[in-house]
Design a protein around this ligand. Sequence first.
Ligand code: RUB
Length: 323
Amino acid sequence: DQPDVAAVVEATADDIATMEIRGAATIGDAAAEALATQAERSDAATPAAFRDQLRAAARELYETRPTAVSLPNALRYVLRGIEGETVEELRESTIASAEEFRTDLEQAQEQLGEVGANRLRDGDVVMTHCHSTDALSCVEAALDAGKEIEAIVKETRPRKQGHITAEQLREWGVPVTLVVDNAARRYLDDADHVLVGADSIAADGSVINKIGTSGLAVNARERGVPVMVAAQTIKLHPDTMTGHTVEIEMRDESEVLSETEYADITGGDRTDEGLTVENPAFDVTPPRHVDAIVTERGQFPPESIVTLMRELFGETTGEPWEV
Ligand code: RUB
């Protein structure tokens, strides 16, 4: 027995919201897969009902996390590929569109890896922040080309995604030094590159990525370590061409300080109403602190990324389901 289709879309939405599924590219991929499942199992009797269900699914997926533009870009891509007069035709074209998106995503990541790998020399040390599949693709391609790479991996509080990066790099045989976020500046002297991913890239070349990226980039600039952002074009945020800003997700304070942790550290109960915990998940790194944005279409200085954005997204506006 297959679970009911609403439950499948809801489960994906929940997994994205709770970060079971996380990282911009992976979120986009999962959203496209969920739309395909919605199409496959839809019980709609009419084309209009089919489209309504699909739009509702897209909206539910969209409302999970606000910062990674790969999510609305994925939804828009899949929905734009839908065509047909009958429910069957709509179903098939949705599934095909989602498949095409997912294949493109995988290929783009591989191509971007090749571009990024050209920036890495044999024996280089990269410093990473968070866990980015686009960034790791650059390291993988460099290793495939026979280069030896070492990594200094920032833990990345509060969710510690640095451990996922460390684990992957160790699987590839890369020597890893894991450091707490506060040690990053000290270890920058040992790094040849800062290598990070992105959740969104704005039209002015600003990079929106895991909280702490901007501080790392400022320190790297001061130390003369180049900052390389690996981001396939699905991370380009079309709304920023018309002046919109990228929403920074604020997550629950319990990720930073649980009640038991508070008691363990202080020996007391957390009763002080005057103590506020803020937990922004992302920050904005201005273009002047970024040396290169590496995409599947080549590498770009951040200031020129808007040209590519215009070419690929034109004047895209509106919510993803309004296509
Ligand atoms: C993940 C994060 C990653 C980008 C890029 O944040 O900031 O650097 O999403 O990842 P979170 P990728 O863990 O909060 O989702 O290159 O895999 O798209």
